[in-house]
Design a protein around this ligand. Sequence first.
Ligand SMILES: Nc1ncnc2c1ncn2[C@@H]1O[C@H](COP(=O)(O)OP(=O)(O)OP(=O)(O)O)[C@@H](O)[C@H]1O
Ligand SMILES: [Mg+2]
Length: 389
Amino acid sequence: MSGIKVLVALDTGVDRAAVENALPVDTEIQIVGLVDGLEESWATLQEVPADLLLVGCAGYSDRALYLIDGAVKQDTDRPVMVLADGSPNGFVKRVFEAGADDILTLPQQPDDLLFAIQKAVARKQGATSSGSVAVSPMICVLGPKGGTGKTLTACNLAVGLAVAGYRVAIVDLDLQFGDVGLSLGLAPEKTIYDLAKSGGSMDADKLDGYLATHESGVRALLAPTRPDHAGLITTEFLREVYSTLRATHDYLIVDTPPGFTPEVIASIDSSSHICVVGMLDSLSLKNTKLGMETLDLMGYDRDRTRFVLNRADSRVGISIEDVIAIVGRAPDVAIPSDRDIPVSVNSGTPIVLAKGRSDAAKAFRNLTALYNGGAPTRNGRMRLFGRKA
Ligand SMILES: Nc1ncnc2c1ncn2[C@@H]1O[C@H](COP(=O)(O)OP(=O)(O)OP(=O)(O)O)[C@@H](O)[C@H]1O
Ligand SMILES: [Mg+2]
């Protein structure tokens, strides 16, 4: 994602240093102006292109409301955010009524402001570019920490749904180190990078030419083969990919890299469901809790989130009660550690196919059932397909 250009407008009376201290020093954000006075800011806004307007004000400010209103009317696609010293009575409501996307109080940590800015931009882009009504479920598989079993879960969920007869697409959003292709035994002949590079408008037929087909029927849009190719994938492009795949499949599964990158945030915003994968160790569980809290902050409905606990063996000395105490909720599904899992990953055959009777495969089938309402199969029939010899 290229840098987000932010114009900062400072109302009289606001603590300039507090605003400056809150500004993220990050290559993703480019401060194109820090203007004293809201009238001056309005003038600057006409001349300097900005992706987001950030208004700093001391308290209740009619001038700020006036500026927000004008800026939103002038360009409905450009998000407006407010940084206020406290949240005086009624001001928050008026700020949103004027059309602002978010309001934060000072002081503010730069990381939190950065996250809020990225979220506001990603949301606006989604609202303007997706347009059509999303149809099929889109399940975003998340885990704030690396190596928790996200790819394992995404692939087994996708294959589990496909075996049950559903049309399933999977997108590997781990743009730098994606390994959905390896896990499914698919060669990256064409990847998401080739699709992005091809340019032009997106449609189902075109997209179809970039999908690899797994023996289960899962269609996969694979990650770039080189990490430096990731830069070409924008959030707008992803939203088009998602809405096209959702129109032509029963389920869309998205495997993600660790953490909340702008692409992951855009995917969360697009998705109908989330699957958080945590591991049974205290560090991973702490990160899982933080991840769940971040989803809360983003306004993501907890009922649409499932929690998978991976490597859930009693021997590590952490009980389910401990998990509930740390994360704040019980896992929906627990996946045991199983030596056949690395074997299945290495051979490119997900465990639900490679060892269908194992406890791990059963656990993944339980997860599948959570997303298809418990129906054993679509139309009551298993999908028939040739297995590898
Ligand atoms: N329950 C398990 N039992 C045995 N091995 C497992 C289990 N879960 C994961 N693994 C192994 O751990 C490794 C990491 O799993 P996976 O790639 O799914 O994690 P990830 O969250 O996608 O990682 P990354 O953040 O790097 O993308 C895999 O090689 C897999 O074989
Ligand atoms: Mg992974």
